[in-house]
Design a protein around this ligand. Structure first.
Ligand code: ZN
Length: 200
């Protein structure tokens, strides 16, 4: 995304520390105006956002009450942009630690504890259990230890949910349950209808 040579941005109306990377992040919507990702929330730095505007890859939907200035232009800092090209959400999610914990809501499937999470082979490896979406569940280390190399019923343990291979849509739905602490007010029209604005 750096094909375009951007001028150095001069922002005389802002203290520099307020424009450190990570400040004034911009919410990224897909071309259908749904967030590209809920968790982690799809955000770009203001620098990347301004580049994308210059490259004509996004539509500016809303903006901050701040202006970025360079030699020959000035523009309000975007707070919400929508991609012009739709990014397909139909791809299969990667089998990663993060996605697996997200599927299980960052809780042990046996006791519900969010602490010391690790992975449990529901069908133990000694019985041929595979390391796959359908056989790995999030478990706290004490449940993992208690279960050992046994099947859940052998260990007298029940599961709140069985492991499954999630779709991207299912992971997104899980991610909606974990809104970040900092939400700019301009983002709320596009996500988390049920969450109260805490800060802006
Ligand atoms: Zn547990």
């Amino acid at each position: 995304m750096s094909a375009l040579n951007l001028p150095e941005f001069d922002t005389p109306n802002l203290p520099l520390e307020n424009l450190a990377s990570g400040a004034c992040p911009c919410l990224i919507l897909n071309a259908d105006y749904q967030p590209l990702s809920y968790f982690p929330l799809s955000l770009w730095s203001w620098q990347d956002t301004v580049k994308a505007v210059f490259l004509d890859r996004v539509n500016v939907v809303d903006h901050y009450d701040r202006v970025v200035r360079a030699a020959n232009f000035e523009m309000p800092l975007p707070s919400v942009v929508a991609l012009k090209d739709y990014v397909s959400q139909n791809r299969a999610p990667a089998f990663t630690r993060f996605n697996l914990f997200l599927r299980d809501g960052f809780k042990c499937v046996y006791c519900g504890s969010p602490d010391e999470l690790t992975f449990d082979h529901v069908i133990p490896r000694r019985l041929g259990g595979k390391t796959s979406w359908n056989n790995i569940a999030a478990a706290c280390s004490s449940c993992n230890l208690k279960k050992g190399g046994r099947l859940p019923r052998e260990a007298g343990m029940s599961m709140s949910s069985k492991p499954y291979k999630p779709s991207m849509h299912q992971l997104q739905a899980q991610g909606r349950k974990f809104p970040p602490n900092h939400l700019h007010e301009s983002w709320l029209d596009y996500l988390y209808w049920d969450v109260e604005l805490k800060s802006s």
